[in-house]
Design a protein around this ligand. Sequence first.
Ligand code: PMT
Length: 350
Amino acid sequence: MEYFDNNPRPPSLDVHSETARTFIEQHASQGRRVALVTSGGTTVPLENQTVRFIDNFSAGTRGATSAEYFLESGYAVIFLHRQFSLLPYARHYSHSTNCFLDYMTFSSSGGVVIGDEYQHQMGDVLAKYKNAKQENTLLLLPFTTVNEYLWHLRDLAMSMQPLGPNSLFYLAAAVSDFFVPADRMVEHKIQSSEEFNSLHKPGEAGGAEPPAAHMEGKKLVIDLDPVPKFLKLLVDRWAPRSMIISFKLETDPSMLADKARYALKKYSHHLVIGNLLATRKYEVLLVSAGGEKWLRLPENRRSRSVTKLQDGVDGGDHEVIEIEAWIVPEIEKLHTQMIEKGDPRIRDGA
Ligand code: PMT
């Protein structure tokens, strides 16, 4: 693909790739299913020595939460995540108003211990985390930029091919749709002051066109290229035997179902999960060749705040449910059908 000829291979990829291959081999030999969960937003740097970049809202909640439920369902998980976004298990204690230090206190002898009221909840999370460590079922691989994300996705997909239908892609990351290609990226910090910005001449980045981000008088002008649609390549070439689940994010409720159906038809993969920015924590639309289904948490089972101190108890008397606890079993069921009965994908033109 032209993209990979023209945009640099990230230095971290060699080590990540080697670690992932060892991880995949272990689980292939144990006959375990492996899910690649992507999570968090991607950045679009405006300069090579990056001071400024474009980013998006994603905190990685969907990905980190789903990864835990995949692990609970017996999958090994490669967690390809935006660096510093939420991580499985640690996510319970890493919100800005839910700091892990709040759970700790001093014992009578002066040692640091977990407060009595948090013992049960923390013990639960800790046991699951320790189990994933012991079984080596969770591999954390970080990325930051959209370029790093794309290189990693392609490489991991190729490495997962020996798993055949036992592999699954759960593409929850919010991937930038526009970026600055390498040949239109300036090396140094864009100067905002007019006295200095005249030093940035069109074509400075080395390409025929002016740099994608440059000053015109007092204005910063940013002219981005579209990121090539990689989902088609993933489905057809990089992971042709895997189960592939993509997400569709919209803000306008009237468009969601149509856009999700359109994506399923266009990419011919297994499942599109539609979600709206405002309601994504408690309702999603599943669209597959088998039909459509809304998953909606009852109001009294929704978390009132994502930054609550005691998970699981803010729905009044009712225990809070995370929507991912419903999404992942649906996927597991579809995946089992796919493995046992063959691939149910909608093919081009169907
Ligand atoms: O992290 P949280 O705060 O919990 O938020 C979770 C979430 C809302 C980010 C998540 O649930 C979600 O919806 N993730 C996908 C968001 C997204 O990228 O949507 P999109 O409409 O931009 O992309 C639509 C589809 O096109 C996706 O299937 C994507 O794989 C595909 N795509 C996108 C860009 C690109 N260059 N090539 C693609 O093929």
